[in-house]
Design a protein around this ligand. Sequence first.
Ligand SMILES: *Cc1c(COP(=O)(O)O)cnc(C)c1O
Length: 220
Amino acid sequence: MAVNKEVYNELNHFLSAENVTLVAVSKTKPVNDIQALYELGQRDFGENYVQEITEKQPLLPPGIRWHFIGHLQTNKVKYIAPFVYMIHGIDSLKLLKEVNKQALKCNRVISVLLQIHIAKEETKFGLDENELQEVLQYAGGLKNVAIKGLMGMASFTSDEAEVRSEFKYLSSLYKKNNNLTSNPLPLTTLSMGMSGDYKIAIEEGSNMVRIGSLLFGARG
Ligand SMILES: *Cc1c(COP(=O)(O)O)cnc(C)c1O
């Protein structure tokens, strides 16, 4: 299925009014679909797989802001460092240091989000609250990464109360961090919410949503 323009325009209208940035998640979708959305004005696109993002990037307009939203292995950072706009899934200090190192090699400063584990499922990646503090303490010394905020994924469940409480928790960490006078890094981005739960996420304070299937149709 190609991009649904009506859905895009409606979603865009709603999100702009809420001051929420839309990251269009184009993983597994052809470059033609990305191009079509670009022509409607969309600039932020999210991909999950290193090989896929590096194949698509040269085929598409340079004005695209590429968000890497998947789990990133340390040994693959070098492939995306030359062009990636924002990395959402920083889940260890080791990975953050590697992004800093590769960004330095490219003479860039790469924006990153720290991924927090908020879901009940153990399979989802992310830092806990203590690890977050450790990373933030250390991060001031890294000159080629800019920590912009936090990212999280709620449990995959139809229980809305559960999803809401997980987003509420992430939002509270975000706010708490920004209220600490000791924190030298004000956070401006809270990336939470996907096709199925973005409305709840926004109600709980999200200002960046990552939406795939709603825009591009279900993935095969
Ligand atoms: C695939 C994916 C999304 C988008 O999911 P949809 O349900 O298709 O909107 C968002 N965030 C992450 C991290 C993803 O992997």
